[in-house]
Design a protein around this ligand. Structure first.
Ligand SMILES: NC(=O)c1ccc[n+]([C@@H]2O[C@H](COP(=O)([O-])OP(=O)(O)OC[C@H]3O[C@@H](n4cnc5c(N)ncnc54)[C@H](OP(=O)(O)O)[C@@H]3O)[C@@H](O)[C@H]2O)c1
Length: 242
């Protein structure tokens, strides 16, 4: 992998490169980063899954970005379709521990319905049970064991409150891994500080295009922070220009 901007260099240790950046928590909430992959025409999934986009460089970036946060926030739709697991401590765990963070980030699922099928891989595994943020109106009758429900909001999950609660619990950095519905709402509320976007060398078409989920257009200016390339896959990071 090669970094093109801000200066040309061969990247030997991607987690270390990304981990050296400052991510100051804004008042009352953690620093929020998002990581998404898209085709050149902006498709975020092929046949309902994103895994086919971006190949090995995207997987390398996905793993490296996961070494940064204290919590991984994901929409229930993505957790269900992508068969999410609890994040495991990986090779980057030493780096994380060295920076005083937990050995593995905690998973937090956002759901208005409270619908968590009993066959979800994230219900079992090492580490603390994933959090499920839900509003008061969610039906939790069938909520399986293996998650910790947290109520925020009345009819809809209150994302500002979610981030405030995570900050109160000690999280300094939160990574949103999508999907588009959740990320679009974080964008609408101007709660994203840094975007990692992988551009896969494909044209896809279809209807799953635009990873802010069809939320009404709201322009947020960004600053390019890094640009990397590997095997025709372009990986950029942009930060909110506040
Ligand atoms: N290209 C990429 O990097 C990438 C990343 C992630 C996902 N994807 C793809 O995106 C597709 C799924 O898209 P999606 O928009 O349906 O994903 P999503 O945002 O993960 O799922 C939508 C569901 O998540 C819950 N949710 C999302 N935002 C919420 C909020 N603010 N408050 C309360 N609940 C919220 C709701 O769950 P309930 O129904 O339980 O209320 C909602 O129905 C999949 O095909 C997946 O493969 C692509």
């Amino acid at each position: 992998m090669r970094q093109l901007l801000p200066r040309d260099l061969v990247v030997d240790d991607l987690p270390a490169l990304l981990g050296d950046d400052d991510r100051p928590a804004p008042p009352g909430r953690p620093w929020v980063l998002a990581n998404m992959v898209a085709s050149v025409d902006g498709a975020f999934a092929v046949d309902g899954r994103s895994g086919g986009l971006g190949g090995a460089p995207d997987r390398q970036m996905f793993t490296a970005v996961r070494s940064l946060p204290d919590v991984i926030l994901v929409g229930a739709g993505t957790a269900r379709t992508e068969r999410y697991r609890r994040p495991a401590p990986g090779p980057a765990a030493d780096l994380r521990t060295g920076r005083g963070q937990a050995a593995a980030p905690r998973l937090a699922v956002v759901s208005n319905s409270g619908h968590v099928p009993a066959d979800q891989p994230f219900l079992t595994g090492d580490g603390p049970d994933p959090l499920v943020f839900h509003p008061a109106t969610a039906d939790l009758t069938d909520l399986p064991h293996g998650v910790e429900p947290v109520q925020t909001g009345t009819d809809e999950v209150d994302l500002v409150q979610v981030l405030g609660l995570l900050a109160d619990a000690g999280a300094r950095t939160v990574l949103c891994e999508g999907g588009p519905t959740l990320l679009g709402q974080l964008h609408a509320a101007d709660l994203v500080d840094e975007y990692f976007v992988t551009l896969a060398p494909n044209m896809v078409g279809g209807e799953q295009v635009g990873f802010l989920g069809g939320t009404p257009a709201q322009v947020r200016d960004l600053r390019m922070h890094r640009l990397l390339v590997a095997d025709d896959v372009l990986m950029g990071t942009w930060r909110r220009d506040r």
